[in-house]
Design a protein around this ligand. Structure first.
Ligand code: UD1
Ligand code: UDP
Length: 359
């Protein structure tokens, strides 16, 4: 019984770590493939050094490209790997191009697939991730959901209940396993922060690809930086456009390279609030009780709004909402979504073990 995991982009790594550990505890043989979709040290290697994640057995080194090029390169390479290794099950994570490419290849080779983080829907087909989620869930055999809304979406799409498993959130397993290392004092020292501060991240095409959007985004972020220091570990996507629009020109806005997981979470843990368009950060702030202002018109993670600290804001509204949140302070208590309890990896391993037994 061999399980082959396909990872490739930054958000995949904290999700795969607890699943691989729990499968190892069950004595299941595993192969870890890294597609190379992300390749900078701070977008990839640092997660392997910091998290309890084995080094990839295979790195396909596909790198960047247009959606068609990148997805196709991953498919060509994975078809060769799957044919040679013939795993009993392929496990894919999240909604990136590596996820959908692996699922398409496995489905055509009649290798069963399990999707970790199935059923999330933004209902916004302008997001490449929504396309990846729909195709992946249509083809995957085992659908592992992080929230009840995801289970409901799959049901509405006609998926048989036997394929759907509500297991909780493995990203939060990683957070809870590492939380003692999230050092706010060190983050403050590193970035010279006194008093309240804000953390921002930005990388969605809908926010960073169009020059007019970027201009408005920079103006809104500068307005926030007028109120409190902002640290923005900037994803490589859109960096040049944001720089051209003057992002770096405000003394209160510290634009830095992407951070390793432990440093990033140390910074987030102590923040007055976070401004982001990231998927994972909406979930992490919810568990840490840090208000999250999500710069998007929708979210595939509504549970972080109903049972967490998240709210959607437009670029225009950001400065006013930021002032309000700064005045209100951080919540003393806040809800956390069901089964975001640090045990999702074990639940996933139990489901996968059962699936392999019954084949
Ligand atoms: C990808 C995912 C997105 C996810 C994000 C997390 C898809 C379609 N998108 O977006 O869902 O939220 O990762 O971070 O899979 N680059 C580097 N170094 C790297 C990686 C990328 O400089 O290590 C630059 C390249 O210029 C590249 C650009 O970033 O063209 C975009 O990378 P890509 O992997 O295509 O998509 P992301 O925007 O990172
Ligand atoms: N992250 C990190 N350093 C950073 C920014 C993010 O370690 O500078 C981590 C964080 O845990 C986040 C995860 O990377 O949840 C994935 O973030 P990203 O925004 O890249 O992807 P998304 O969740 O939007 O797909």
């Amino acid at each position: 019984r061999t399980v082959l995991h396909v990872t490739g982009a930054r958000p995949n790594f904290p999700k795969a770590a607890p699943v691989m550990r729990a499968l190892a505890d069950r004595g299941i043989d595993q192969i870890l493939v890294h597609t190379g979709q992300h390749y900078d040290d701070k977008m990839s290697d640092v997660f392997f050094r910091e998290l309890d994640l084995p080094r990839p057995d295979i790195n396909l080194g596909v790198g960047s490209g247009s959606h068609g090029e990148q997805t196709a390169r991953i498919m060509i390479e994975l078809e060769r790997v799957f044919t040679e290794r013939r795993p009993d099950l392929v496990v894919v994570y999240g909604d990136v191009n590596s996820t959908v490419a692996a699922t398409l290849v496995a489905a055509k080779l009649l290798i069963p697939t399990a999707h970790v983080e199935a059923g999330l829907r933004s209902f916004d087909l302008t997001m490449p991730e929504e396309i990846n989620r729909l195709v992946t869930d249509k083809l995957a055999d085992v659908l592992l959901a992080t929230s009840p809304d995801a289970v409901a979406h799959l049901g509405n799409e006609g998926v048989h209940p036997d394929r759907i498993h509500f297991v909780g959130n493995p990203m939060i397993d990683t957070l809870l396993a590492q939380i003692d290392r999230f050092d706010v004092a060190r983050a403050r020292e590193t970035f010279g922060l006194e008093g309240g501060y804000v953390v921002a991240t930005l990388h969605r095409p809908g926010n960073v690809d169009d020059p007019q959007d970027v201009k408005e985004m920079v103006a809104s972020l500068h307005a926030v930086a007028d109120m409190a220091a902002v640290v923005l570990p900037l994803h490589p996507r859109g960096r040049a456009r944001l720089a051209d629009a003057g992002l770096f020109d405000h003394p209160g806005l510290h634009v830095v390279e992407p951070l390793g997981y432990i440093d990033f979470m140390g910074l987030v843990r102590g923040a007055s609030f976070v401004v982001t368009d990231s998927g994972g950060v909406q979930e992490e702030t919810t568990v840490l009780g840090v208000p999250c202002l999500t710069l998007r018109p929708n979210t595939e993670r509504p549970v972080t709004i109903t049972d967490g600290t998240n709210r959607l804001v437009t670029r225009d509204a950001l400065p006013a909402v930021a002032a309000e949140v700064l005045a209100a302070g951080r919540p003393a208590t806040w809800p956390v979504p069901a089964l975001w309890d640090g045990k999702a990896g074990e639940r996933i391993a139990r489901v996968l073990d059962g699936f392999l037994e019954n084949r």
